[in-house]
Design a protein around this ligand. Structure first.
Ligand SMILES: Nc1ncnc2c1ncn2[C@@H]1O[C@H](COP(=O)(O)OP(=O)(O)OP(=O)(O)O)[C@@H](O)[C@H]1O
Ligand SMILES: [Mg+2]
Length: 504
């Protein structure tokens, strides 16, 4: 092992309950050190303490032999620590360039020197393989995946001694992950220590030198990646084996639920023809920005459709979905990719968030609410999705990233829609719960519901789906039935409409 950079001894932190209970870790120079563990195990809390965002209650940290006790994020930055947080930390209204150089905007005569700013930003974007992005456009005009890459690029501008990446690949597609891994290798070669948090164990095998498993706020093992099996890593996280998804089998129904014809939107989608069927899990593959999310949003009435139509699969009548409210009334649910911004009430309880749209299920004659039925329903989803919270009246802001996402999923499951559109259903969710969600989706399809999944993780689609369609540059470029697809065919179709273009 190379020289130690940061060592953590007996770190403690409690909120209402203890969340770190004596964590010991050692991070070495020129090493990628993966931190893994179930949702709520304490990974982000440790990083927040290293970065001066949160105070520890006890324990000690040393950086190159000197006590490290940052009182603010600035303080930690001065010690050469950079973090790319699990939650986005950018400003949507500012340009890409301003976001990249937010901390050190080039000035000339006291004003921002936009010419050098845009030039510098172009160099950074080029370095990240994102030449197709105009540094002048507002950040919010980019998809979530590209925003994530911008956030990473921003932290890589300055050299640093310790770089923390908290689930950096959650929003990235495979080619973008490759790009990121090349970057990581090069900064590692320069001596930087990297803390890498991910729920994707295959990724950790590829990029990390060392892995530490956290469970309920304790380090259960630290090992050289080459010397530990994947099964062992996963078992250590929860002391149980992964339950693989049950075998897919023919669904009960395959009648059309929705028929999408020649659908187009002003901004991106072109001439989409697609049948969504009851009893089927349909996957939508494609690169970030290819229109996958936009297609779900258009079907859900969240984005305006400018051409074509959606018809009922049952009656062939056109259905006019002008808003999400219309879609919900029709029995369509959308679980969005950016759950935090688009769905959760962070200051409200787990219970309120789960039942928000389904209160009618618990209203009884005379206008009273059957609170025990409500409580029972929320508890059952808490169990099913393994939502880690002190109790169901805890406010959602206090939950870990993955557990917040589970709350959002629970809300839609409770709502009992006939057609469910999932955008990145397991992003940021730990491996055990992920398998539980897979089994749940399979079960929902078996009950006859129409399930549509957008996912950047190709395994997720190939393991789960009955059919996969591929989006490329706003168009549907291929459709595969189960058994017809290969990773190569999906990849080729993802790029097909970008010929001559840069497909970052
Ligand atoms: N401000 C807070 N108040 C109360 N509890 C908190 C607060 N912040 C974090 N916690 C709790 O600390 C525990 C650890 O959370 P943390 O965010 O570190 O988990 P994590 O390992 O990063 O999980 P994930 O994989 O879901 O991101 C969780 O149970 C969470 O609910
Ligand atoms: Mg976290």
């Amino acid at each position: 092992m190379s020289a130690s950079l940061l060592s953590i001894n007996d770190l403690h932190k409690s909120y209402a309950v203890p969340v770190l209970r004596g964590v010991d870790l050692d991070f070495a120079k020129s090493e990628v050190h993966a931190l893994v563990g179930a949702n709520g195990a304490g990974k982000t809390t440790i990083c927040n303490i290293i970065c001066g965002i949160t105070d520890a209650d006890g324990g000690e940290m040393q950086m190159s032999g000197v006590v490290h006790e940052p009182s603010s994020m600035r303080d930690a930055e001065r010690a050469g620590i950079r973090i790319v947080m699990q939650e986005f930390n950018l400003i949507g209204n500012l340009s890409v360039a301003e976001n990249l150089f937010f901390r050190s905007l080039p000035q000339r005569y006291g004003l921002i020197d936009f010419n050098s700013l845009f030039d510098d930003a172009s160099v950074v974007l080029h370095d990240m393989g994102m030449d197709s992005i105009d540094p002048r456009v507002p950040l919010r005009s980019l998809g979530i995946g590209l925003q994530q890459l911008i956030e990473i690029a921003r932290e890589l501008i300055q050299p640093c001694r310790l770089l923390i990446l908290d689930e950096p690949t959650a929003a990235l597609t495979d080619p973008q992950i490759e790009l990121l891994f090349e970057k990581i290798e090069s900064i590692k070669a320069g001596g930087t220590a990297i803390i890498y948090i991910s729920h994707r164990v295959d990724e950790i095998r590829r990029i990390a030198d060392r892995v530490s498993v956290l469970r309920d706020g304790e380090t259960v093992i630290s090992a050289v990646v080459a010397e530990i099996t994947t099964d062992e890593i996963v078992r250590r996280m929860a002391d149980k084996l992964v339950k693989p998804p049950v075998e897919r089998r023919a669904a009960t129904q395959r009648s059309s639920a929705l028929v999408v014809r020649e659908l187009g939107t002003r901004d991106l989608l072109k001439n989409i023809n697609l049948d969504i069927r009851f009893g089927e899990i349909l996957g939508i593959a494609g690169l970030v920005g290819s229109g996958r999310t936009e297609l779900l949003r258009a079907i859900y009435g969240a984005d305006k459709i400018d051409s074509g139509c959606i018809r009922s699969g049952e009656t062939s009548e056109p259905i006019n979905l002008k808003s999400p409210m219309d879609a919900v009334a029709y029995g369509i649910g959308l679980i969005p990719e950016d759950r935090k911004q688009q769905g959760l009430l962070l200051e409200q309880s787990v219970k309120a968030n789960v039942t928000l749209s389904s209160l009618h299920l618990f209203s009884r004659l005379g206008g009273w609410v059957d609170t025990s039925a409500e409580q029972e329903a929320v508890e059952s989803y808490r169990k099913l999705l393994d939502i880690k919270c002190d109790n169901i009246v805890q406010i959602v802001r206090q939950l870990s990233g993955g557990n917040q996402q589970k709350v959002s999923i629970a809300r839609w499951l409770l709502r009992d829609c006939r057609i469910l559109l999932f955008d990145e259903p397991t992003r940021g969710i730990d491996i055990h719960t992920k398998m539980a969600i897979y089994n749940l989706l399979i079960d929902l399809a078996r009950q006859g519901k129409a399930i549509v999944i957008v996912s950047s993780e190709s395994r997720e689609l190939t393991d789960l789906c009955d059919r996969i369609v591929v989006m490329s540059n706003g168009q549907l470029s291929a459709t595969f039935d189960r058994g017809e697809w290969t990773a190569e065919k999906i990849m080729a179709a993802s790029f097909s409409a970008y010929v001559g273009d840069n497909a970052a």
